[in-house]
Design a protein around this ligand. Structure first.
Ligand SMILES: Nc1ncnc2c1ncn2[C@@H]1O[C@H](COP(=O)(O)OP(=O)(O)OP(=O)(O)O)[C@@H](O)[C@H]1O
Ligand SMILES: [Mg+2]
Length: 129
């Protein structure tokens, strides 16, 4: 992915929900985005399934990568400090499984839906408010 494409998502919107079935390619997209923004090497971006949030700092942008799959309540969500992350001036917050929480969808600036079309083919739909 080109840096220009990645920068289209900045400085606003800041919080993007990544939607798609298990294994659709959400984490893989974050790898490409973080690499394009110079925030991390592709192989250093791993799924925050258990840690819930990973942070990568690039020259212009700080990428927060969240996976809310294992999170169950809005109360747990509050302790993550999602709002504080999104308020950082140079943050791009990418949230897997954010659609589980109405509060995340209400706060999000946009979403990228990923559909696995089979093999290496993926359909990406980017919607920004
Ligand atoms: N664009 C792509 N082309 C080919 N393979 C892909 C692509 N995106 C993802 N994959 C493959 O699909 C598998 C699952 O991808 P990934 O972990 O990114 O999915 P995910 O949507 O984050 O899943 P989860 O909901 O479990 O977090 C990986 O083995 C990855 O290599
Ligand atoms: Mg994932």
């Amino acid at each position: 992915m080109g840096e220009r494409v990645a920068e289209m998502l900045l400085p606003a919107p800041k919080m993007i929900v990544l939607r798609g079935d298990l294994g659709a390619g959400k984490t893989t997209l974050v790898k490409s985005l973080a690499a394009a923004l110079g925030a991390a090497e592709v192989e250093d971006v791993t799924s925050p399934t258990f840690t819930l949030v990973h942070e990568y700092r690039g020259p212009k942008v700080k990428v927060f990568h969240l996976d809310l799959y294992r999170l169950e309540t809005e109360r747990e969500l509050l302790t993550l400090g999602l709002e504080e992350m999104a308020e950082e001036p140079d943050a791009l917050v990418l949230v897997e499984w954010g659609e589980k929480f109405p509060s995340v969808m209400a706060r999000a600036d946009g979403e990228i839906s990923i559909e696995n079309l089979g093999g290496d083919e993926r359909l990406f739909l980017l919607r920004v408010k």
